[in-house]
Design a protein around this ligand. Structure first.
Ligand SMILES: Nc1ncnc2c1ncn2[C@@H]1O[C@H](COP(=O)(O)OP(=O)(O)OP(=O)(O)O)[C@@H](O)[C@H]1O
Ligand SMILES: [Mg+2]
Length: 250
């Protein structure tokens, strides 16, 4: 099967910092893949590279068989960033931010139709934020804002969803709600790449995971990747060479 997301030999530098070094990764349609690594291991950089937001030194990225820019222009790839890109002082409501996910469907006048409003309503309902629809975006808690960004990606109806630490600052009930939404999306054929430090819930959500430390240290079925040895290595406590790959080779 053609992967929904394919990363080959990806190398990214920020001047003298080598953030990603020869990273290979593939996510199949209808698959959720976890991305695990210590702070600074390159997770957010990988998301930005997949979106075509940072220049790459080497390697290539294909989203649904095309370039990242093409996929973004068609609204095929949704992104929930780690640090949000929404201006908190901007006088827009929660519903307005979610509606932004529909811009690619609305034409240059950006005039919403009934279907766009219905999609916004449904997305807010799925992340349990219906009652905050009219609230100004700056007047939310961190966890609520994360869920608004997920709702924006849902309203977009993306086929590839990139989530950079979507559970950070989100309470247990909301995390459960978000997880169940993600499972439904994956069951519908959506591909998900999700970074998280919440290793306890990862096996439940992602059948496959990638352990990143500038390079891919291990990848495969989540339970086989998140071994104590691999984690020690990924989090800077072990010695290179002891990482084991899971059986699900790329
Ligand atoms: N804009 C930038 N300019 C220069 N260096 C950067 C920039 N963004 C990230 N870096 C560096 O690139 C490396 C990878 O950073 P990245 O943000 O991708 O890590 P991360 O895995 O997402 O970390 P975290 O868990 O803290 O979110 C780090 O060494 C970081 O300091
Ligand atoms: Mg990050």
């Amino acid at each position: 099967m053609t992967p929904a997301l394919q990363v080959r030999g990806l190398t990214v530098r920020y001047r003298e910092v080598l953030a990603l070094d020869d990273v290979h990764l593939a996510v199949a349609p209808g698959e959720a893949c976890g991305l695990v690594g210590m702070n600074g291991s390159g997770k957010s950089t990988l998301f930005r590279a997949v979106l075509g937001l940072v220049p790459t030194s080497r390697g290539d990225v294909e989203v649904l068989g095309g370039s990242p820019q093409h996929a973004r222009a068609r609204g095929e790839v949704g992104y929930v960033p780690q640090t949000d890109d929404v201006d908190r002082d901007f006088p827009v409501s929660v519903a307005d931010v979610v509606l932004m996910g529909r811009y690619h469907l609305m034409g240059w006048r950006r005039r919403p139709r009934a279907a766009d409003h219905a999609a916004v309503e449904a997305a807010l309902d799925r992340v349990r934020l219906t009652e905050l629809a009219g609230r100004q975006i700056g007047r939310l808690s961190g966890g609520q804002r994360q869920r608004v960004l997920l709702a924006r990606a849902l309203a977009q109806q993306a086929r590839v969803l990139l989530l950079d630490e979507p559970f950070t600052g989100v309470d247990a009930a909301s995390e459960a709600a978000v997880s169940s939404v993600l499972r439904e999306l994956v069951a519908d054929g959506c591909s998900v790449l999700l970074s998280t430090h919440d290793l306890a819930t990862l096996p439940d959500l992602c059948e496959r995971s990638v352990l990143l430390h500038r390079r891919v240290l291990a990848e495969g079925p989540t339970a086989q990747v998140l071994t104590p040895e691999n984690l020690a290595l990924a989090f800077g406590l072990g010695t290179p060479g002891s990482a084991r790959r899971g059986t699900g080779a790329r």
